[in-house]
Design a protein around this ligand. Structure first.
Ligand code: DAH
Length: 349
């Protein structure tokens, strides 16, 4: 028995020397103290022994077990410490290293203009509505006082899908939709931002796809001074309080009288420059009092109701406000343009 004990001891000492990691130590523990371990082996055939012999074997194997456990525990704590130190060294974070830049998206300039306008009109009590981009001829033209052979249709060369369906050429179609939807014939104020399409050849100032924001107010006693006050406020909010606003008589089939609204040039302040083509003024929108034919056609009695409407060119506002010279920049999605724009706006750096 003594011999066996010594043999285990010396084998253990040898094994212990080759232990390098806590995993090795675990294997060692299993080899000696596990269910089929060498110490358990010692007590295997106990039933064949006398009571005294059993006691002796029990004592020896217990001593051995305690002895080996003690040595392994000692080694374990030093191995754990070593391993922890190695881990800390390898996972060290150098906080002086340059960081990896995370790219953050920004708001597109056209969305930004729409957001600003919406916020302004909401504060004046308007609802923001939307309409379909594939529109019927009846709403895009006919009910806006532009019958099939009306010459003013030529100014809006259209993408027809069928004889009666087209990509809307103006958000004005939503005027008709809003009035038809209002069965109770109650006064209302809406703005509608959205995409519009015309068969224009793309160049620096034309795009076959562009954005407008339509506005419509219908009620009793709505007058030209309401239109004037509203649009002056809009122009000053968008371009600055010191801007002059001018209403120039114009023609649109769906309004009478009609006006185009000009703002004093933000580059030269009205003296005349290349941006305003020497006139000192820049046109920003079309507007007018809703034509009685349009009101009556949509079920609003023009003897009782009046209204005003306007259509703002979103790209134009953005180009003027941010000094963008080419309308195509909005649609080619060149990241350099978008990033540069967002830098100006204090977005992604
Ligand atoms: N729809 C017109 C256009 O695309 C703009 C416009 C002019 C809208 C006068 C209006 C308006 O609502 O009253 O050129």
């Amino acid at each position: 028995m003594k011999e066996k004990q010594e043999k285990i001891r010396s084998e253990f000492s040898k094994d212990l020397e080759s232990v390098k990691t806590t995993a090795d130590l675990n294997d060692l523990r299993i080899k000696y103290l596990g269910k089929k371990g060498l110490i358990t082996e010692l007590t295997k055939n106990m039933q064949e022994l006398s009571i005294d012999e059993r006691k002796e074997v029990g004592r020896i194997s217990n001593d051995l077990k305690n002895e080996l456990t003690e040595e392994m525990t000692k080694l374990e704590s030093s191995l754990k410490e070593k391993e922890l130190n190695a881990k800390l060294a390898s996972e060290k974070i150098d906080i002086s290293m340059p960081s990896t830049k995370v790219s953050v998206g920004g708001v597109h300039p056209l969305t930004k203009i729409c957001d600003e306008l919406e916020e302004l009109f909401i504060s004046m009590g308007y609802d923001v509505v939307s309409g379909p981009e594939v529109e019927i001829d009846k709403y895009n033209f006919e009910m806006l006082n532009l019958p099939k052979d009306h010459p003013a249709r030529d100014a809006q060369d259209s993408f027809y899908i069928t004889d009666e369906e087209l990509l809307r050429t103006q958000t004005s179609a939503v005027q008709v939709r809003s009035m038809l939807k209002n069965q109770e014939k109650k006064p209302f104020k809406i703005v509608c931002p959205g995409k519009t399409y015309r068969r224009d050849a793309d160049d620096a100032t034309h795009s076959h796809q562009f954005m407008q924001m339509e506005g419509l107010v219908v009620g009793e006693n709505i007058t030209l001074s309401d239109l004037k006050g509203t649009l002056e406020e809009m122009a000053r909010k968008m371009f600055g309080r010191d801007r002059e606003v001018r209403f120039r008589p114009s023609f649109f089939p769906f309004t009478e009288p009609s006006y185009e609204v000009d703002v004093s040039c933000m580059k030269c302040g009205g003296k005349g420059c290349n941006i305003c083509k020497g006139t000192g003024w820049i046109e920003v929108l079309g507007s007018g009092m809703v034509h009685p034919n349009v009101l009556n056609g949509c079920g609003f009695d023009s003897n009782k109701f009046t209204g005003f409407a306007f259509g703002i060119g979103i790209e134009r506002i953005a180009m003027l406000k941010y000094g963008i010279n080419d309308i195509r920049d909005f649609y080619t999605n060149d990241l350099r343009f978008l990033k540069n724009y967002n830098r100006i706006e204090g977005g992604d750096k």
